[in-house]
Design a protein around this ligand. Structure first.
Ligand code: HEC
Length: 654
């Protein structure tokens, strides 16, 4: 899936003689970049700049790359997701490139970027045992049904208008995970590579560990396997799950690599249930697939069950079962293969009543028939045996930028719209007490499914859909209604680029996606009937720094991030950096906070830390506090920030 497809104006083959695998993205400004000054920069300009500055899709920006160590970058280029991009480079070239990238740039190139400011961490003076207060938030969806319904928030609906910022924490990474909170511990990951355990009430650091690049929600459980009685699990991008003692950070185990495809990674958070972790595998092959020399594509999404005590794999199920074979030869004479795709992007969902683990799958990468893509699939919780699948969109064949004006040559003549399931299915009950599975797709369509067969009971359209949603990262459901955030952000960007005379989407996809309708909609889970709808509010952005050179000024009012609900109140952030609370009965706004209206003096010593886009992971509510991250470096192009801020709110900041 094209998760964070951003400013790809068009992909063309570089004509530079020394480029063997070249993708260069035309900059809308048409400006000529400064002459390469070093061997490292020359390599970056010839091989990488097109996808990394400005950053496209899920790609880390130049500023984000500068926060990695040379070793991490070498790793990505030699055995990780960027292996195809480094094809033909000598080890010493790779070393040079990595050293260059790990150093923050100087001069004009740096002026628009925000680099991770130097932090001075305050370590907590005590490390108390974890005492689980009522209403922990211990995994992505608060419960294994992925409702994101915090029943015991420690906060009444009438308190919400009194929420005030209590502390802010500067966090390098650009793309972040979602905080989880159990007792006096808050756990959070980021693509910057530091995994923190913080004190949720003050933001002091209980412990931290480096070299953990992840964007998943840490999963916390009570477990005899840890000396302290509590374990925290993290799915790291490099397709390994790690377990730590939750109060000390001592590593307990590390799983094997859960996939051997170099593009595979973990994006969706693992889900814990009865002694097992269910781990979704997705991939970045959709990016490599856009390279004219790349034999697109061979990755297949899968679900892995791990023993939570040992990290040993119990079973692994792929979502594409048709044999891999040659499909066609592209215009450059490269043999393409398939079927491929079906990455599992969201956290798996447990339907305990029927003994099922449910997943939503992503699009197909190549025009080869398969039933495993854009599907909801149910596996037996214990054996992993598949019970049913329902593919709602067929032939959704897409690699990065197939919907753009200047599309890559590997795209099929009839590319699909890239309508993955990016948000997990939710299991809830109808008024008659029957279970129903609710699934929201990037098409902007919500499906009500029969849990034993996967049969579609109803569908409701809440948005127009684009390759960045439609329904992107997550819906929420209390016992009464289903709350659906809708993004349609790519159409918002396309409209802006059209107004500037440079359409971003091809005419076909401009038509396919239609008129953007970002907003929040509440549905009756029994029938899919719309109970209320509010359009995304038009509000100003006050982005940090000089945005005049950006191709697109990223003030888009899109509800792309996952939403969270507590009794009476729905929390939802938008890609323009606003964070709001809405009444669950009518959608009336109860409270707002503009993360970009001020800068923050953070508890870890940064003065003037800016806010930014809210996207991806959703808010966390526990023990009377509300947490959100801001500054997501993704679809909204909020400046390629390499750093984020974790904001903690409580009633009256007390
Ligand atoms: C065709 C587009 C494209 C090109 C060209 C490209 N990248 Fe990437 N890169 C991406 C995308 C997309 C991701 C995010 C992958 C993901 O998360 O699945 C990424 C991720 C990365 C990462 C982070 C990997 C990780 O495991 O977190 C590094 C480091 C990186 N790229 C370096 C490079 C370097 C160095 C080059 C040039 C040799 C390069 N890339 C060329 C698209 C590209």
């Amino acid at each position: 899936m094209g998760r964070r497809r951003t400013m790809l104006g068009g992909v063309r083959v570089s004509t530079a003689a020394f480029v063997t695998v070249g993708v260069a993205i035309a900059l809308a400004t048409g400006s000529v970049r400064a002459q390469p000054v070093s061997a490292g920069e020359a390599l970056f300009q010839s091989r990488c700049v097109g996808c990394h500055e400005p950053a496209v899709e899920r790609a880390p920006s130049r500023a984000e790359l500068a926060q990695r160590s040379p070793a991490q970058i070498v790793d990505a280029l030699t055995r990780g997701v960027m292996t195809p991009m480094a094809q033909g480079l000598s080890p010493s070239n790779i070393e040079t490139l990595a050293t260059y990238l790990a150093t923050p740039p100087q001069g004009p190139a740096a002026s628009r970027m925000l680099f991770a400011p130097k932090t001075t961490e305050v370590m907590c003076s005590t490390h108390p045992p974890i005492v689980a207060a009522p209403g922990p938030w211990s995994g992505w969806g608060v419960d294994e049904k992925n409702t994101r319904f915090q029943r015991l928030p420690g906060l009444k609906a009438t308190d919400v208008p009194k929420l005030k910022l209590r502390w802010a924490f500067s966090y390098a990474g650009g793309v972040y995970g979602q905080p989880t909170v159990v007792g006096d511990y808050l756990f959070i990951t980021s693509r910057g590579g530091t995994f923190y355990a913080l004190d949720p009430s003050s933001g002091c650091v209980r412990w931290k560990t480096e070299n953990l690049v992840a964007r998943t929600a840490p999963v916390v459980i009570h477990s005899g396997a840890s000396p302290s009685g509590w374990t925290v699990f993290v799915g790291e991008t490099a397709r390994v799950v790690r377990a730590y003692d939750a109060t000390t950070g001592m590593e307990l185990w590390r799983s094997e690599a859960l996939d051997d495809h170099p593009s595979a990674h973990i994006t969706g958070s693992p889900t814990y249930f009865q002694g097992r972790l269910y781990v979704p595998l997705s991939s970045g092959e959709e990016g490599a697939g856009a390279l004219p020399t790349y034999p697109c594509c061979s990755f297949r999404g899968s679900l892995v069950a791990l023993d939570a005590l040992t990290g040993k794999m119990q079973w692994k199920q792929h979502v594409i079962n048709e044999p891999l074979g040659p499909i066609r030869v592209n215009a450059r004479g490269v043999q393409l293969q398939g079927p491929a795709g079906g990455g599992i992007w969201p956290a798996p969902t447990i339907d305990a009543e029927h003994g099922l683990v449910l997943v939503g799958t992503g699009n197909s990468y190549i025009d080869a028939p398969t039933t495993g893509t854009d599907a909801i699939i149910a596996f037996d919780l214990i054996t992993g045996e598949e019970r049913w699948r329902n593919q709602v969109t067929q032939h959704d064949d897409y690699v990065v930028a197939c919907n753009r004006v200047d599309r890559p040559i590997n795209c099929s003549a009839d590319s699909g719209p890239d309508f993955d399931f990016g948000s997990p299915p939710i299991v809830m009950r109808t008024k008659a007490g029957k279970e129903i599975v609710l699934a929201g797709q990037k098409s902007g369509i919500v499906y009500g499914l029969e849990p034993t067969t996967g049969k579609v009971l109803w569908t409701t359209r809440v948005g127009s859909g684009t390759s960045l949603g439609g329904i992107e990262w997550g819906m929420a459901a209390d016992d009464k209604l289903l709350y659906v955030p809708n993004s349609d952000v790519l159409s918002l960007m396309d409209l802006q680029s059209r107004n500037a005379g440079k359409p971003m989407l091809s005419e076909t996809f401009h038509q396919v996606y239609g008129t953007p309708r970002p907003g929040l909609t509440a549905l009756d889970p029994d029938t899919g009937r719309v109970i209320w709808h509010v359009d995304a509010q038009k509000s100003p952005c006050q982005w940090y720094g000089d945005r005049s050179g950006d191709r697109i000024v990223g003030c888009f009012q899109a509800h792309s991030a996952a939403a969270t609900v507590i009794p009476g109140v729905l929390f939802s952030g938008t890609t323009d950096g606003w964070f709001r609370a809405y009444g669950t009965q009518t959608g009336k706004v109860l409270w707002t906070f503009n993360t970009t209206a001020q800068t923050y003096n953070t508890v870890n010593g940064v003065k003037g830390q800016p806010g930014g886009s809210i996207d991806g992971m959703g808010p966390t509510v526990a023990n009377g506090m509300v947490f959100t991250m801001a500054g997501y470096n993704g679809s909204a192009n909020t400046g390629g920030n390499g750093t984020n801020v974790l904001l903690a709110f409580s009633v009256g900041a007390k």
